[in-house]
Design a protein around this ligand. Sequence first.
Ligand code: TYD
Length: 189
Amino acid sequence: MYLCLEGIDGSGKSTQLAMLGEWLEKCGLEVLRVYEPTESPPGQLIREMLTDPRATTPHFQRILGLLFAADRMMLMDRIGEAEKQEKIVISDRSFYSSLAYQSDPDWILEINRHIKKPDLVILLDVDVEQAINRFEGKDHFENPEFLGKVRKNYLKLAQNHNFSVVNANHSVRKVHEDIKTILSSRIRI
Ligand code: TYD
């Protein structure tokens, strides 16, 4: 099973992914933890480009879209291998981040055509103001106007693609409990 946490910057994905991984292992499951962008060469280039003031312009967004797709394509080998070994793959972000952050959804779908979609997506939905308080803001995606747009895109995607949505304005503990409840109804634990 390939499970993914999605949400705007500052929604608490990495904290929740760590807690989720520990819980699944305690339940006796074998877990592979992954995140996007990865540490691959395209992933490193992405991180560098995200600090460029032009990062949110349409031209840069297209370049980033391609790099994210390449980075993800490399990650798919690891995910496929883990699934063969019956591991549960938990991922910080997926192809849906590209749909939420990059403009031009038709093109994003096209360049991600060979990407495996997650079996379950949990959206950590948080107010932009609260999210902004949680990070340092070194990347140019981390501004309220841009993140407000991304949050709206996520909520639309959630409806159209059947994501499970968790209110991530709540405490870390409560969000973790909510994620556990969703998973308990989806996998045998
Ligand atoms: P993030 O998960 O915030 O990484 P880190 O915790 O290392 O800062 O991802 C970096 C940024 O990349 C984040 O603003 C979301 C953005 N992003 C996209 O725009 N498109 C994508 O396809 C992905 C995977 C991430």
